[in-house]
Ligand binder design. Structure first.
Ligand code: ADP
Ligand code: MG
Length: 295
């Protein structure tokens, strides 16, 4: 394509809410055959809500919410925001934690009111030799079968509760996934979340279970992209989180949600300003048009 055509394409992109880092990006865009979609904040709104609290025997809900809410108040993760605001709505002011630590892809830890508290995936507890008792294990399985994320709460070495949080698929996501497929791309859902939850979200947007890569640690998202590239695919990745930045850089084409973290936007080749996945389909069409493959 001529430099003029590329400049016109870039300008047209801006009108469509697609910010393109450089004219050469349009050339890469045209060659993409696989598009990896992050779940939370990309396919879903990322605005999660706390929907239910299941406690172990002898544990009060208010205490669970106070201790878990206190820790999550210090984290920016969508799950953490849901837990902290749900807790504050129920129990009021939350105490300040000490020794707070955010463990990417797993959860948070810290000391609240003298208790050593863990909030996050079952794996976070298991790594510290804390097991979920049968009733909480059942609550977790039921929540996940319903497509909700189950968050475990433990303190002083004992599992105390399972919290159910969920967010909604963006209204625009099912249509956008359909358009991407119609353009000849293979959509793949990639997430750190539980497989059952991931498959429920995938089903809502029309992605089959064999195209779901779940329970992936943030640092392993890069490897998931690399493996697809090793299969000979030309891979685009769409993401919104700090966790997605390395995978966005590794992908042949990185598309960042404009509504997401600065680190993701910096790592991407394209920014989808409105956070609507349809703009990814628009970008592919635009590149093919600009480079003369279609009219
Ligand atoms: P995603 O890939 O869906 O954007 P992440 O990799 O950020 O998600 O997190 C993976 C999983 O780890 C979440 O679904 C959640 O179960 C758990 N998790 C991460 N951060 C937190 C937190 N602050 N509190 C509780 N759970 C968390
Ligand atoms: Mg995300």
């Amino acid at each position: 394509a001529t430099p003029t055509a590329l400049m016109v394409g870039t300008g047209r992109g801006a009108q469509l809410g697609i910010l393109i880092k450089g004219p050469e990006v349009l050339e890469t865009t045209r060659k993409i055959d696989t598009i990896v979609l992050d779940k939370t904040g990309t396919v879903t709104t990322g605005r999660m809500a706390l929907l239910a609290v299941h406690t172990a025997d002898d544990t009060g809900e208010d205490e669970v919410l106070r201790l878990a809410g206190a820790l999550e108040h210090s984290s920016e993760h969508p799950v953490a925001r849901a837990v902290a605001s749900g807790a504050a709505a129920r129990v009021g002011a939350l105490p300040a934690p000490e020794d707070f630590a955010n463990i990417a892809g797993l959860g948070v830890t810290g000391v609240v009111e003298g208790h050593a508290v863990l909030v996050g995936r079952e794996k976070l507890l298991a790594e510290r030799a804390v097991l979920l008792p049968g009733d909480l294990r059942r609550a977790k399985a039921e929540a996940e079968a319903a497509g909700r994320t189950a968050i475990a709460v433990a303190w002083d070495g004992e599992a105390r509760a399972v919290l159910e949080v969920a967010d909604a698929v963006k209204e625009t996501s099912p249509e956008a996934v359909g358009r991407l497929r119609a353009l000849g791309l293979t959509p793949i859902l990639l997430t750190g979340d539980n497989r059952a939850v991931a498959e429920a979200v995938a089903a809502e947007v029309g992605i089959a279970p064999q195209y779901v890569i779940a329970e992936v640690m943030p640092q392993d998202k890069v490897d998931a992209v690399k493996r697809l590239q090793e299969e000979g695919r030309s891979v685009a990745m769409v993401g919104d989180g700090v966790n997605d930045a390395a995978a966005l850089a590794q992908a042949d084409l990185g598309l960042a949600m404009g509504t997401g973290a600065d680190a993701a936007i910096e790592a991407g080749d394209l920014t989808l300003v409105r956070g609507d996945l349809n703009a990814a389909a628009d970008a592919i069409r635009l590149s093919r048009r600009t480079l003369g493959t279609i009219r």
